[in-house]
Design a protein around this ligand. Structure first.
Ligand code: CO8
Length: 258
């Protein structure tokens, strides 16, 4: 399907969603978020797509919520419209793995949607930040909560209270970005990572994602118990038999995703 604000591509089993409002540094207008959400749903429903990449352009992953669209709104407008609605939360709810391929600015809501993805691969020109304090507000799509969990209280406070940007290297050191790659290699690397994930047993991939996310919502004891049940449950899949037999027989496994 064609969208007004995003471009979608398929690279084998990897679906790419490119946010495409370059004139506004991919500011996250409601139209853009609706298109991201619809494209994500399209890939989520498509059995031939096993991994998804969310990206922007060289200059900006996304420079945050569209300030011109929200500047005149009042509490009651945002509250009534439930501003952080399904269009934003859909990213965090997707069962398939989503890689954020971040180049340029990932600010405010842009940093927040990168964090809703499963992991972030940063180009060497990436800049992350939560500059909302400079606008008289605070992050509103999970930025304070996810940053505090991902990079710790001190760094989350530093970013949210000063509104400063951090570069790709700093983001990697503090654990926000999982890898940093040269800008010109960003998509090539992310597609290769997506293709690698896409070849594994999809039940195992989706459940690994679910169990890791559980770590942010439960106690260690409960999380470990949940992990064990899922580990045990995977022994009821054909892919577990295939994966382990292939290892013993010294051949490459052929997963059927069941
Ligand atoms: N909203 C709307 N337009 C934007 C935004 C934005 N967030 N960011 C950039 N633009 C536009 C500029 O207005 C400009 O448009 P024009 O050419 O028509 O004047 C164009 O993009 C290029 O921007 P600049 O000329 O400013 O480019 P610079 O290279 O000089 O600066 C910066 C780049 C530093 C990224 C700068 O544009 C900037 O500071 N942008 C705003 C960043 C920001 O404050 N982001 C946080 C927004 S609030 C937020 O995200 C809250 C999210 C909460 C959840 C929301 C749920 C919906």
């Amino acid at each position: 399907m064609a969208y007004e604000n995003v471009i979608t591509e398929r690279h084998g089993k990897v679906g790419v969603i490119q946010m495409n409002r370059p004139q506004a540094l991919n500011a996250l207008s409601s139209g853009l978020m609706k298109d991201v959400s619809a494209a994500l749903l399209e890939f989520e429903k498509d059995n031939d797509i096993h991994a998804i990449i969310l990206t922007g352009n060289e200059r900006a992953f996304a420079a945050g919520a569209d300030i011109s669209e929200i500047k005149d709104q009042h509490f009651i407008d945002l509250y009534t419209a439930d501003f952080i609605n399904a269009d934003w939360e859909g990213i965090a709810k997707c069962k398939k793995p989503i890689i954020a391929a971040v180049s340029g600015f990932a600010l405010g809501g842009g940093c927040e949607i990168a964090m809703m993805c499963d992991f972030i691969i940063a180009a060497d020109n990436a800049k992350f930040g939560q500059p909302e304090v400079k606008l008289g507000v605070i992050p509103g799509a999970g930025g304070t909560q996810r940053l505090a969990r991902f990079i710790g209280k001190s760094k989350a406070m530093d970013l949210c209270l000063t509104g400063r940007m951090m570069d790709a290297e700093e983001a990697k050191i503090c654990g926000l970005a999982s890898r940093v790659v040269p800008l010109e290699k960003l998509m090539e690397e992310c597609i290769a990572i997506g293709q690698e994930i896409a070849e594994y047993s999809q039940p195992a991939v989706k459940l690994a994602k679910e169990v890791i996310n559980k770590a942010y919502e439960t106690t260690l004891r409960e999380g470990v118990k949940y992990e064990r049940r899922i580990f045990q449950a995977l022994f009821s899949t054909e892919d577990q038999k295939e994966g382990m037999n292939a290892f013993v027989e010294k051949r490459k496994p052929i997963f059927q995703n069941k």
